[in-house]
Design a protein around this ligand. Structure first.
Ligand code: NAG
Ligand code: NAG
Ligand code: NAG
Ligand code: NAG
Ligand code: NAG
Length: 300
């Protein structure tokens, strides 16, 4: 009788402890966030009040399941940790379906929470690399901005409208950079790249970028016209300043190398007309230079 009661009491206690463990585990909302082959396990904060607690992450691949009698492996960086994330990038290193679980130790009481589904790194989300095409120089430079590593990048280059005759180039070497001879002309050159993650045989492609390849000499008129605009602006400001602050300007401008007397003699002296000439504000550029020469010759 008595032993039967003790037995039931024991079973009840066992039930409660199991139930308690189970309820403890339900508060960890585990999820895997795998982007560009970086596998981060995350879970929610522990809801149960524990004076001391920590988590240990374990995994079991097909190898452990079938060859190691279903044993579990401790994740290298995630033993007795208090954080609620674990980087499993280096642990889940094969294309296997992994079961993942967390052992939570709350004041000496252990509980287990398992990721609802197995995880395979082939399910990682690949983000499209950013393709940077620089056509300023020759050869053209094509680079990529991506956090993916150990990839093969295949670059396709073609003249717009002629994709069937595209040229392809390939690199496996970080930082995945290409130098391409430019075909400068009226047509656009188009670029598209495919990044293949070799380990999982999964790839993603960039958008197509088509660029007009200006002839490099065509940059000259732009530079020249910019120079002309700057010269006009400077001349205008100078002309304006001369009318407003002529005594000071005269002093500054006249501080130069002395002009050889031979030159001076060749220049017929004219009446000083700085004010009259420069007071014509519409064409300061045309009149400023002769005025200054006159001014100088006149001083001597
Ligand atoms: C569990 O986590 C996922 C992903 O972080 C989130 O979308 C979801 O809302 C969470 N569920 C609960 C009940 O907190
Ligand atoms: C797996 O279990 C069997 C039988 O229980 C045992 O003979 C074998 O040594 C175990 N293997 C490993 C790797 O533990
Ligand atoms: C983890 O928690 C257990 C019990 O709560 C404790 O005994 C152990 O020392 C903790 N480990 C660390 C590294 O704090
Ligand atoms: C690469 O991308 C990151 C994130 O989008 C950005 O912060 C960084 O400036 C980019 N680098 C280059 C060289 O474009
Ligand atoms: C990689 O995937 C492609 C299809 O996406 C397939 O044709 C090819 O056989 C695969 N290669 C390997 C080695 O699995």
């Amino acid at each position: 009788m008595c032993s039967g009661l003790i037995d039931s009491l024991f079973l009840l206690l066992l039930y409660f402890s199991i139930h308690h463990s189970a309820s403890l585990s339900t508060y960890l909302n585990i999820s895997m966030h795998s982007v560009n082959m970086k596998h981060i396990l995350k879970w929610s904060q522990l809801q149960t009040a524990c004076s001391t607690f920590n988590h240990t992450v374990q995994f079991q691949g097909e190898y452990e399941l079938h060859k190691l009698n279903g044993s579990w492996v401790d994740a290298y960086d995630c033993q007795e940790i208090r954080e609620n994330r674990c980087d499993l990038t280096h642990d889940l290193a094969s294309n296997s379906d992994y079961s993942i679980r967390i052992k939570t130790n709350c004041d000496g009481q252990k509980s287990w929470t398992q990721l609802p589904k197995t995880f395979n790194r082939k399910d990682t989300v690949l983000l499209t690399p950013e393709m940077i095409v620089n056509v300023e120089g020759d050869p053209i430079q094509v680079g990529f901005n991506t956090t993916l590593s150990a990839i093969t990048v295949k670059l396709k280059v073609w003249t717009e409208g002629d994709e069937q005759n595209a040229l392809t180039d390939m690199t496996r070497a970080y930082p995945y950079h290409f130098s391409i001879a430019a075909h400068r002309g009226k047509e656009k050159m188009c670029f598209r790249a495919e990044a293949l993650v070799d380990a999982i045989n999964k790839s993603c492609s960039t958008d197509t970028q088509c660029v007009i390849m200006h002839k490099q000499t065509s940059d000259m008129p732009v530079i020249v016209s910019v120079a002309v605009v700057i010269a006009l602006a400077v001349a205008f400001i100078l002309g304006w300043s001369v009318t407003r602050f002529s005594p000071q300007i005269k002093h500054i401008i006249c501080h130069r190398e002395p002009i050889p007397s031979a030159l001076l003699n060749n220049c017929p002296a004219r009446a000083p007309n700085l004010f009259t000439v420069s007071s014509e504000p519409t064409e300061p550029l045309l009149v400023l230079v002769p005025t200054l020469v006159q001014m100088e010759t006149n001083e001597r």
